[in-house]
Design a protein around this ligand. Structure first.
Ligand code: NAG
Ligand code: NAG
Length: 415
């Protein structure tokens, strides 16, 4: 206890000393995405154990927001890579703003216990629970980040309303990542990553009830280089959604069971959106999902391109609408909204998809009349119908303005 208290105090001393010889550190403080060439190894620096900080109570009911924020400030302002430990216990907190710039080149947040959100959305006026910005961080550990979203979701379901707080958000955090932990019961998105080049999410589990609204598992946008691997997701919305300006993205070994599958988009809504390219998605298992693999673009709006996207080795177990390109997306169903999406889609391969589908229409390619879709390759798609329609078990393809080739498939090609 005494030793750890000293570590908290050590943190304060480090803050003071880093201010004292600020000149050299200030150079590092200036945010520049290119500063860090690769992942900075963890360890070596101070460990700030939240349970040893003054006022700490991991009892699940005391508000630990201030205690954890102070521990973050100590960890962030350490002169070397540092570690913020959330040990066993239930640590209840409101908004945690883990903002940089930090002097520590990497802050590791190790979650062993449970970091739990407050039930009411009003406790999160900025609409996030844990927010990292302008720092390099790694979340590690075998613990849980709990959005505690049931009550807020029940209110949203009954009365609609704006988007609820996301659970873990990272904005402008280069060379950062999340591994090991569970992220559960989010009010909004579970993990949202924006403008974080070279981001890695590995071996995490994301769980929320299927009935929840807008609870995307992972949303990632505007990063160059990202790897999302070995993730089990069960949620009420997209398991993974990919926003604009994603370049060089690898997604591998994903189980989505259930959820709305993996989506690129929706794209084209906002004027500053940029191209999505070089996306490789492989070894995905979709179990009772509402959709499978989707690219959706708004039926009007911004001009941009989606290119070089490959999906391969996909297992469908009763997934709905396995393959969809929908350029008439309006936020809702598959009903066609008139208008011309200006998103140009080219070079998209769907390869080796097996299993069963609950939908008669296996491939839906509704491309824009303005741009069309070119170079769509559908290879080795072999699915059996497992839906409830006893009259119509024939699998179909629906196409509009799509230049698509079908090889080795048990589904019909576009007419
Ligand atoms: C594919 O994903 C599953 C489930 O995530 C995993 O068990 C399996 O090892 C993966 N296969 C390959 C070839 O990576
Ligand atoms: C397409 O994307 C893959 C990665 O997904 C990349 O290796 C390849 O170089 C890209 N092709 C082109 C032409 O950019």
């Amino acid at each position: 206890m005494a030793t750890m208290k000293r570590l908290c105090i050590l943190g304060i001393v480090l803050v003071i000393s880093s201010v004292a010889n600020a000149d050299s550190d200030l150079v590092n403080l200036k945010y520049d995405r290119r500063d860090l060439g690769g992942q900075v190894p963890a360890g070596g620096g101070p460990v700030i154990d939240v349970s040893k900080c003054p006022g700490a109570k991991g009892d699940g009911s005391s508000d630990m927001t201030q205690v954890i924020m102070k521990a973050w400030n100590d960890a962030c302002h350490a002169p070397s890579p540092s570690r913020l430990l959330i040990p066993a216990g239930i640590w209840l907190a409101g908004e945690l703003e883990f903002e940089g710039p930090c002097t520590a080149p990497l802050v590791t947040v190790e979650v062993q216990g449970t970091l739990k959100g407050k039930p009411e959305a009003a406790a999160y006026p900025k609409n996030y629970q844990v927010y990292f910005s302008r720092c390099s961080f790694q979340i590690v550990g075998s613990g849980t980040i709990d959005g505690n979203g049931a009550a807020a979701q029940a209110i949203k379901k009954a009365s609609g309303g704006k988007n609820l707080p996301d659970t873990v958000v990272a904005i402008q955090c280069p060379n950062s990542g999340v591994s090991g932990v569970k992220i559960i019961n989010s009010k909004g998105f579970h993990l949202k990553v924006v403008e974080c080049d070279n981001f890695k999410a590995d071996s995490i589990a994301i769980t929320s009830p299927e009935t929840t609204l807008n609870t995307d598992g992972i949303h990632i946008a505007r990063c160059k280089g990202a790897c999302i691997t070995n993730i089990n997701i069960a949620t009420g919305d997209d398991c993974i959604s990919i926003g604009d300006a994603m370049v060089d993205l690898t997604i591998r070994n994903i189980v989505c069971a259930p959820g709305h599958g993996i989506s690129i988009g929706s794209l084209g809504k906002f004027p500053d959106e940029k191209d999505v390219r070089n996306v490789e998605i492989s070894n995905v298992t979709l179990v009772n999902t509402m959709y499978g693999l989707r690219i959706k673009t708004i039926h009007s709006g911004t001009a941009l391109a989606v290119s070089n996207v490959t999906y391969s080795n996909i297992q469908c177990k009763g997934c709905g609408s396995p393959i969809i390109i929908d350029q008439h997306y309006n936020g809702g169903s598959l009903t066609r909204t008139p208008g011309d999406s200006k998103v140009r889609i080219s070079g998209v391969t769907f390869k080796n998809m097996k299993g069963t589908t609950s939908a008669n229409v296996v491939a839906t390619l509704l491309c824009s009349t303005a741009c069309g879709c070119e170079g769509i390759n559908i290879q080795d798609v072999s699915l059996a119908y497992s839906g409830t329609d006893t009259e119509d078990k024939g699998l179909r393809t629906t196409c509009e303005n799509a230049k698509a080739t079908f090889t080795g498939c048990t589904i019909p090609a576009c007419k």
